[in-house]
Design a protein. Structure first.
Length: 247
């Protein structure tokens, strides 16, 4: 009986030790699992934080690109003045774009009359009729042109470039317009010289190597004219522009 009791006691002790070891291993496993979970959560948190800041950065960049800025007029001497817009270009450009002078004159006159305070713009039809019936008007003294048109200010636009394609490549669209703009003040220091001069340019479309099949000549010409008129008219009144127009 004593021998049997000892065997049972030994077995019981062995089972208790094994159970204790199992419990210890269970605790260690649980601890390891907890640490793994904590590490995983921390990693996910870091990744989410990085993603959050990445998304925030992209949003910030987009907001910055879309910002507008107020730009003051380069020349504000057209306010409360009588003004005429005259346009000239070389014969080659005129041959290729016979309506260009009239379109620039009419659209520029309209834009100024809509945006410059107190301005009185001479009807562009009157100006075009006068230039048509006055051969050699381009060589007249500026003050005399003002007097004949009956205005105090003259916006003189000399278009030196207007093309729809890259030079020598008619298979792509690349509209470019450029002009020198001079301001004549009849009551200024010297009415036979420009009081101020500016160079203005416009591009349309702003897409590199746009194939000819992608658009029509009429659309490219209209887009280029609108872009050029906007850039030219902005010289004379405060306006809002894109902070990053080329982005």
């Amino acid at each position: 009986m004593i021998g049997i009791s000892r065997k049972k006691a030994t077995k019981m002790a062995t089972k208790m030790m094994m159970k204790t070891n199992d419990n210890r291993r269970g605790h260690r496993t649980a601890a390891v699992r907890s640490m793994a979970v904590i590490a995983l959560l921390a990693t996910v948190g870091i990744l989410e934080g990085c993603q959050f800041f990445g998304i925030a950065s992209v949003i910030g960049q987009n907001i910055e690109r879309e910002k507008k800025v107020e730009v003051l007029a380069e020349y504000d001497g057209l306010r409360n003045q009588t003004v005429a817009v005259v346009v000239q270009t070389d014969m080659s450009t005129l041959y290729q774009f016979p309506k260009l002078v009239a379109e620039v004159c009419v659209n520029m006159s309209r834009r100024l009359s809509q945006n410059v305070e107190g301005i009185q713009v001479l009807d562009p039809r009157v100006v075009l009729d006068w230039t048509y019936h006055k051969p050699g008007w381009e060589t007249m003294p500026y003050g005399e042109v003002c007097e004949e048109l009956g205005v105090e200010r003259l916006v003189w636009i000399d278009v030196f470039e207007f093309r729809l394609n890259p030079p020598g490549n008619r298979w792509q669209w690349e509209g470019v317009a450029g002009a020198s703009i001079g301001i004549v003040e009849l009551d200024g220091f010297d009415s036979d010289a420009f009081a101020e001069t500016y160079d203005v340019s416009g591009e349309f479309p702003k897409i590199a190597e746009l194939g000819r099949e992608s658009s029509t000549e009429e659309r490219i010409e209209m887009g280029l004219l609108a872009t050029f008129i906007q850039e030219a008219a902005w010289l004379f009144f405060d306006h809002i522009e894109d902070k990053y127009p080329d982005v």
